[in-house]
Design a protein around this ligand. Structure first.
Ligand SMILES: [Cu+2]
Length: 167
């Protein structure tokens, strides 16, 4: 779910300001923001320069990181462990100092109903791996959404991971 984005102002400076605000307010991805700018403005030379700068700033951010599951199959348990690895794409380096700011573990059921699982953060089993304990007693397809803050990155990193709980 995305909150409605506000957009006003037409000067390059205003665009920069509004886009910064948009990123912060809407926590949306860079491409989405750029799409709005491109659609709403007939770009002047100055605006194009601003846009190119913004593209670099935005795309160099959260898209540089990726969350990956350590295991995509987990045995059902009241104290199951889910672990995800956060890594910097280009350097392949694990990101050890991220702060998980939001997380949800859900199972989708027929008819659109969702089942939430509570979780408890665990100590990191290896550098760049973030682990949680959750009661995953129901076998089937589960979904993990995770939002992390990486030091030095203005944008938050969002991960979406599907995994299977086996009986
Ligand atoms: Cu369920």
């Amino acid at each position: 779910m995305r909150p409605a984005c506000r957009f006003s102002g037409t000067s390059p400076a205003a665009i920069v300001y509004v886009v910064r605000k948009l990123i912060w307010e809407c926590r949306t991805i860079g491409q989405f923001v750029l799409e709005i700018i491109t659609r709403k403005f007939v770009l002047t030379g100055a605006a194009v320069a601003v846009l190119v700068t913004l593209t670099n700033v935005i795309l160099a951010g959260a898209n540089d990181y990726v969350f990956e599951p350590v295991k995509t199959e987990i045995k059902s348990s009241n104290v199951a462990t889910i672990a995800v690895r956060l890594r910097h794409k280009r350097s392949e380096k694990p990101v050890t100092d991220a702060v998980i700011v939001q997380m949800r573990i859900v199972m989708a059921h027929d008819g659109g109903a969702e089942m939430d699982a509570a979780f408890v953060p665990l100590a990191s089993p290896e550098p760049g791996v973030y682990a949680f304990m959750a009661p995953l007693t129901m076998a089937g397809s589960w979904f993990l959404s995770i939002v992390a803050k990486v030091p030095g990155e203005p944008e938050t990193v969002v991960g979406k991971i599907n995994f299977r709980v086996t009986p």
